[in-house]
Design a binder for this molecule. Structure first.
Ligand code: PHE
Length: 357
């Protein structure tokens, strides 16, 4: 090769190497801006830049044509490009797989996550238990409306016109209509049964009732009751006592004792309140029964003849007894729930505790 040709050759090689450096520079800018939305796109980028026939391998192959005095610079640039490409593509791969886990990429063919089953509300559990016990004792279920008229809630139950329970403070009125109210006890259902049916009558009436009280740990503006009514010939107070003793023993255990204390209700005469021996200490006295050994659980009595007559039942032929209890109260004794509000807040952590009840 003569001198002139050699010079041209060297010139060409230098030109080629300069183009190579420009190409590397372009690729560096390109790689820094790479984007991918799916794993497939990431793989396509890997093939384009990092595979055996990819852009970087091509540059490596060309490296042997770089003149010795430029090898160092070109080598460094290729390495820089390679490191950048590997980092960028790895980062894109991580981002795509994280997004998939986070659910951005919804796969409708995947099996569903197990859905936790709910559990019965503690008040439902206790209500069912009470209803079960009385069903076995021959009582049938009766239900009625929560929005009632004054007659079924109060007048038919022998409440005098000026009885304090009718007071605005106790009763919720519907649309300021003095006759339409939210029932304050389920005795209204008993009135509806009596107007439909002649004795023998033996029913229990579970349901929600409303009283206009300030909401606190010990009172709420609604709660739940089970009331019972038995009317037939020769029904006596001894029958009442026996049925309630049976109920208490099935509900709280066979050792349970009961105690009846005189009381007053407009619709029963005589009336009583019933206590059970403390479910915690058995009667010795503890913090639950405040040292008394007894816990009050229900009101009861012989149906006042005036109530029988008001509801179309001949009080010279028939007698009857009635009783009524709050389901929250019974549930509290069973589960020691300190704050009544828990029953209506439906906090899953609270409800979960009754999963096996
Ligand atoms: N109705 C009464 C109340 O709501 C309970 C009760 C029912 C008392 C039957 C005696 C007889 O408080």
């Amino acid at each position: 090769m003569n001198c002139k040709l050699f010079c041209i050759f060297v010139h060409q090689i230098r030109k080629h190497t300069k183009a190579m450096i420009e190409k590397i520079q372009e690729l560096i800018t390109e790689v820094k801006a790479l984007q991918a939305g799916t794993a497939e796109e990431v793989e396509a980028l890997r093939i384009k830049y990092l595979s055996k026939k990819g852009e970087i391998s091509m540059l490596m192959n060309d490296f042997r044509n770089v003149p010795a005095d430029m090898k160092k610079e070109v080598g460094m640039r290729i390495n820089e490009l390679k490191t950048l490409a590997m980092e960028r593509i790895n980062n894109l791969r991580d981002a795509v797989s994280k997004a998939e886990v986070a659910g951005d990429d919804i796969d409708l063919t995947r099996t569903a996550y197990p859905i936790r089953l709910g559990s019965r509300h503690p008040l439902t559990v206790v209500r069912n238990e009470i209803v079960d016990i009385f069903s076995r004792l021959g009582f049938t279920l009766a239900e009625g409306p929560e929005v009632e008229d004054d007659w079924h809630v109060y007048s038919s139950m022998n409440f005098a016109d000026d009885h304090p329970a009718r007071d605005m403070q106790d009763t919720f009125f519907v649309e300021a209509h003095p006759d339409i109210i939210l029932r304050s006890h389920t005795s209204s259902v008993q009135a509806r049964v009596m107007e439909q049916q002649q004795p023998p009558i033996r029913v229990i009436c579970p349901g929600r009732v409303y009283r206009n009280e300030a909401i606190s740990a010990r009172a709420h503006c609604f709660f739940h009751q089970v009331e019972g009514l038995y009317i037939d010939r020769n029904v006596s107070f001894a029958d009442l006592r026996q049925v309630l003793l049976q109920f208490a023993r099935e509900m709280f255990g066979t050792d349970t004792q009961i105690r009846l204390r005189p009381s007053y209700f407009p619709f029963t005469e005589p009336s009583a309140e019933m206590d059970v021996s403390c479910t915690i200490c058995g009667g010795k006295g503890c913090s639950m029964c405040k040292g008394a050994g007894w816990l009050e659980i229900l009101g009861c009595g012989m149906v006042d003849p005036a109530v029988l007559e008001a509801n179309g039942i001949d009080s010279t032929q028939y007698t009857g007894y009635a009783f009524g209890m709050g389901i929250e109260r019974i549930a509290n004794l069973k589960y020691q729930v300190k704050d009544l509000r828990l029953f209506s807040e439906n906090d899953v952590r609270f409800l979960d505790e009754f999963r096996n009840a």
